[in-house]
Design a binder for this molecule. Structure first.
Ligand code: NCD
Length: 309
């Protein structure tokens, strides 16, 4: 019932969500379709509880809920504007929201493990919208949808994931979700202090996913099907002096990838992908963000349908 980790989704659940999300995109493109969507979940309510800044995740979840006819209650800076600033622990806040009988609570929080903590005291479905350096499972859902949309499959792909992989939760969740499919090969590009965590690598090993860690900014791109880039997570460095300036996607690098390769980024992009890459046909990050709306509609719909079954 709760959505806490990318690891919890099976291959068949993912395929169902991709299909539903594209159906919702189609429906959203016509007046009649919009009405059909709007009638789906009226008299249902979503609570959107964000302790950390967000543009896409919060707005797409809230828009998704509204398009499905739901009501939305939202706090966008709960760290300062909720009782957390008075010292209330997350569990108590969740216990109270649970009393209000929402149909789902979307939670973004700065502490790793916070979503699991919240779920432990909640009978309302908790959706992890990013927990510190932990995970961001709904981002990986829309990432995988974007991969499926452009390649027609999520298996037997060569994926290059780069940037700040130590503190970035999207790369971690994506790697876990890719490991559900056979034959994927992942190359993690970063410097040593910002490389992907051993917990993710051991999950990949358990699933027989081939991977390598490198700082090479040339060879891995030559036969890549997907390049997934991330920003330096400056708010999570805890005093670590780190930089990813040597890991920037330029037009030359973009052009060195195969023609069918796609370049992805969870956004916000800072300077790790040059803006002139945006005009390259491989750049898919804005479409990817758009997929977030339809994937979150699909996710909410499946949670609500399941809970009323
Ligand atoms: C990501 C996040 O919050 O982890 N943003 C998002 O949800 N698209 C990536 C980031 O902030 O770098």
């Amino acid at each position: 019932m709760h959505v806490l980790s990318a690891d919890q989704f099976s291959k068949s659940e993912l395929m169902k969500l991709f299909k539903l999300a594209s159906e919702f995109r189609e429906l959203d493109s016509t007046e009649q379709g919009r009405k059909t969507l709007f009638e789906k979940h009226s008299a249902r309510q979503l609570c959107s509880l964000f302790y950390e800044p967000s543009t896409r995740t919060r707005l797409s979840f809230e828009t998704a809920a509204l398009k499905l006819g739901m009501g939305v209650v939202s706090t966008e800076n709960a760290r300062d504007f909720s009782s957390a600033s008075k010292g209330e622990i997350l569990e108590d806040t969740i216990r109270v929201l649970d009393e209000y009988n929402f149909d789902a609570i979307v939670l973004r929080h700065h502490e790793t493990g916070s979503a699991v903590q919240a779920a432990s005291v909640s009978s309302t479905p908790i959706i992890n919208a990013g927990d510190g350096k932990g995970e961001h499972p709904t981002q990986s859902l829309l990432d995988m949808m974007t991969i499926f949309e452009s390649h027609g499959r999520c298996d037997n792909l060569k994926i290059v994931i780069g940037g700040d992989l130590k503190h970035g939760r999207t790369a971690r969740s994506l790697a876990l979700m890719l490991s559900k499919f056979d034959g994927n090969q992942i190359t993690f590009i970063s410097n040593n202090e910002l490389q992907i965590g051993d917990d993710i690598l051991s999950a990949l090993k358990d699933n027989n996913v081939k991977f390598q860690k490198t700082s090479d900014m040339t060879k891995p791109f030559i036969d890549a099907d997907i390049v997934y880039w991330t920003r330096l997570q400056t708010e999570r460095l805890d005093g670590l002096e780190a930089s990813i300036d040597n890991f920037t996607i330029t037009t030359d690098i973009a052009d060195s990838t195969p023609d069918g390769c796609i370049i992805m980024h969870p956004l916000p992009r800072v300077s790790e992908i040059h803006q002139d890459v945006d005009a390259n046909h491989r750049a898919k990050y804005f479409r990817q963000a758009g997929n977030g709306l339809y994937m979150r509609m699909a996710l909410l719909d499946s949670i609500l349908t399941e809970s009323s079954a």
